[in-house]
Design a protein around this ligand. Structure first.
Ligand SMILES: [Ca+2]
Ligand SMILES: [Ca+2]
Ligand SMILES: [Ca+2]
Length: 694
């Protein structure tokens, strides 16, 4: 297996999978957009004075003048001007733009990078636009009160046949319109079909969206509730009435009676059915990962969790709970009085598991795991692991602060020795730093950095891969920031040194120059600027090298692993797949960054333009998290978590990449498993490789 993977030569495809594009406006009114995929600047002359970014693309507008607009496409690297003028409102949504004329005909137009570039709504006199996942809806708040939705997939506008709508709610690219006067009708627009579907009942007063589904609630009268399912475009009412509160979670909904019996009911998008808890007198409900937990805020203070896998409510046998927290479909409950017990509900098993110890005062969640802290007494910490459903205490006491990242936790003694320890979700073990006197903790993509805020000013980083703390040999550090699992330490006083820590090698690399005055991170890379503006320098995690550029620099922007340096006579973009600076002259007054949201190549998770085993390692590292910030974390479907759907999205292209080279893909890819964790995926052969994400 090792030979095989080493023999796999990366397939060079087109452009990076994720990147940051940048655009600037010059004092003379021209605009320039920088394309990270092609490493070129495209200039558009004009008198532009407004600039906006959306999903890797840009739009410019002449406000106060003719009201002309133009948008730049990352696919074609061209600026496209609209033939009409008089535009004065601009809204971006995931790589689409909509423009509105608030005077004259009050037209609305939508633009998408894939073309046909401009789509005017056939009707005029629009008053408001709403965006959701790249689609738009336009509403007439006066006159007929019409509503129309624009679909990015077809670039067509579809009006509801009915008029007199007063409010629009968007969710994952779908829209719901509500009549705020008259009959109180509700209608949902489905991006899959571009069709509007009305509920047969009237008198709705409130609409809530969740991952493309909607719930309408009657705020007066019977207090009915109805859920619209995007899979069927059908509305399903709860048989019971008098609901007063509704919350959504990953496409499911829970409704609570805020008066009367205090019943709770959950709606499952898989079945379109409502399931009530047999018990009454619930006072609060919370959602997480499509599951819900209900809490009695008075009386016995019971807690019950609803699981979307079974549509069943499961109560904790104990009473007296005062606080609940949710994470990735799991829940934890804390007794705020009495014995101060803590327990966790596992979404995989529907079981509540208590910690044997009592006296817990604080609860922190991270990617499905929880940590409890004793805020009084011994100051113990205990972490609960969703994989094993077990609580694991640190052998040491006296902890005062906990922080979570990607399902891992770190604890800090805020008094006494000032020790620091990190807990690893893969092993459920605690690793302490041998040094003491730490004062600050920073988490990043499952790793942690500790800083001494007094004394020597040391800095140390803990990486989940190595499982150990690595100190920087120098002292006098007073700042640390994280980016995609790497850290940068900075001396903002004294010499002004900067050093970056790479999780792949667990080592620190210091910049040879001094006088640095600040740093920013972007998808694992860092950029820093000298106080006198002479140099800007980027640290590249692929090589652990600093790449500097001489000039006069005053500001920095970062996006998608790339950076833009700006100075009084020009700007320069640094792009991570080529690791080069690309300058442009000008007196730039406005600069914006636009990270791409969609993968250029399915499966290229580390954004190096290739699909290979390194992308597989990205997936392995982040599998199971719900704190993903983009494709660089393995989140192919951009829903904020890394789960089986992301695994499936990447699998096809990784398999294809192996097949094109006549190689057998990794075992897991042809075994077609449904993993609870990627630990099951036969990746044991991979750790021999040097892991890097670019
Ligand atoms: Ca790649
Ligand atoms: Ca995802
Ligand atoms: Ca997901």
């Amino acid at each position: 297996m090792r030979m095989l993977l080493c023999a796999l030569i990366a397939l060079t495809l087109t452009g990076p999978a994720f990147c940051g594009n940048f655009a600037v406006l010059d004092a003379d009114g021209s605009a320039a957009a920088w394309n990270a995929a092609t490493s070129d600047w495209t200039v558009l002359t004009g008198r532009w004075n407004d600039l906006a970014a959306s999903g890797g693309d840009f739009a410019v507008m002449e406000t106060g003048g003719t009201g002309r607009v133009a948008a730049w496409s990352r696919t074609t690297s061209t600026w496209n001007q609209n033939s009409r003028a008089g535009w004065d409102q601009l809204l971006g949504s995931e790589g689409s733009f909509a423009f509105l004329q608030s005077g004259g005909d009050r037209r609305v137009t939508a633009w998408t990078q894939n073309g046909p570039f401009w789509a005017d709504s056939p009707r005029t006199r629009w008053d408001a636009i709403y965006g959701s996942s790249g689609n738009f809806a336009a509403l007439q708040t006066a006159g007929d009160g019409r509503v129309s939705a624009w679909n990015r997939a077809t670039s067509a506008w579809t009006e509801s046949p009915r008029a007199r709508w007063g409010r629009v709610t968007g969710s994952s690219g779908n829209f719901a319109a509500l009549q705020t006067a008259g009959d109180g009708r509700v209608s949902a627009w489905n991006r899959a079909t571009s069709a509007w579907t009305e509920s047969s009942r009237t008198r709705w007063g409130h609409v809530v969206g969740s991952t493309g589904n909607f719930v309408a609630m009657q705020t007066a009268g019977d207090g009915r509730i109805s859920a619209w399912n995007q899979a069927t475009s059908a509305w399903t009412e709860s048989s019971r009435t008098r609901w007063g509160h509704v919350v959504g979670s990953s496409g499911n909904f829970a409704a609570l009676q805020t008066a009367g019996d205090g019943r709770v009911s959950a709606w499952n998008q898989a079945t379109s059915a409502w399931t009530e808890s047999p018990r009454t007198r619930w006072g609060d409900v919370l959602g997480s990962g499509g599951n819900f937990v209900a809490l009695q805020t008075g009386g016995d203070r019971r807690v019950s969790a609803w699981n979307q896998a079974t549509s069943a409510w499961t109560e904790s046998p104990r009473t007296g709970w005062g606080r609940v927290a949710g994470s990735r479909g799991n829940f934890a409950a804390l007794q705020t009085g009495g014995h101060q017990r803590v327990c966790a509900f596992n979404g995989a098993t529907s079981a509540w598991v208590e910690s044997p110890r009592t006296g817990w005062g604080e609860l922190v969640s991270s990617s499905g795991n929880f940590i409890a802290l004793q805020t009084a007494g011994d100051g113990r910490v205990s972490a609960w692991n969703q994989t094993t459903s077990a609580w694991t205490e640190s052998p040491r006491t006296g902890w005062g602060e906990v922080t979570g990242s990607w399902g891992n936790f770190a604890a800090l003694q805020t008094s006494g020795d000032g020790r620091v320890a990190a807990w690893d979700r893969a092993t459920s073990t605690w690793a302490e730093s041998s040094r003491t006197g730490w004062g600050e903790l920073v988490g990043s993509s499952g790793n942690f950095a500790a800083l001494q805020t007094t004394g020597d000013g040391r800095v140390a980083a803990w990486g989940a891969t190595a499982g150990t703390w690595t100190e920087n040999p120098r002292t006098g550090w007073d700042g640390v920031i994280g980016s995609s699992g790497n850290f940068a330490a900075l001396q903002t006083t004294g010499d002004g040194r900067v050093a970056a820590w790479n999780e792949a090698t667990s080592s620190w690399t210091e910049n040879a120059r001094t006088g640095w005055c600040g740093a920013i991170g972007s998808v694992g890379n860092f950029a820093t600027l000298q106080a006198d503006g002479t140099y800007v320098s980027v640290w590249d995690e692929a090589t652990s090298l600093w790449d500097e550029l001489y000039g006069t620099w005053t500001d920095l922007l970062g996006a998608g692993g790339d950076f833009l340096a700006i100075g009084p006579t020009g700007a320069a973009a640094w792009e991570h797949t080529t690791a080069t600076w690309c300058p442009i002259d000008g007196t730039f007054t406005i600069a914006v960054a636009s990270p791409t949201v969609a993968p250029a190549i399915a499966g290229d998770l580390n954004g190096d333009g290739n699909v290979d085993h390194l992308d597989y390692l990205v997936l392995k590292r982040s599998y199971g998290i719900d704190e993903a910030t983009g494709l660089g974390d393995g989140d192919s479907d951009a829903d904020g978590d890394v789960d089986f759907a992301d695994y499936c999205a990447a699998r096809a292209s990784i398999e294809e990449a192996f097949a094109e080279r006549g190689l057998q893909p990794p075992g897991a890819f042809h075994a077609n498993p449904e993993p609870a964790s990627l630990a099951l995926l036969g990746l044991a052969a991979l750790p021999l490789l040097r892991r890097r994400r670019r």
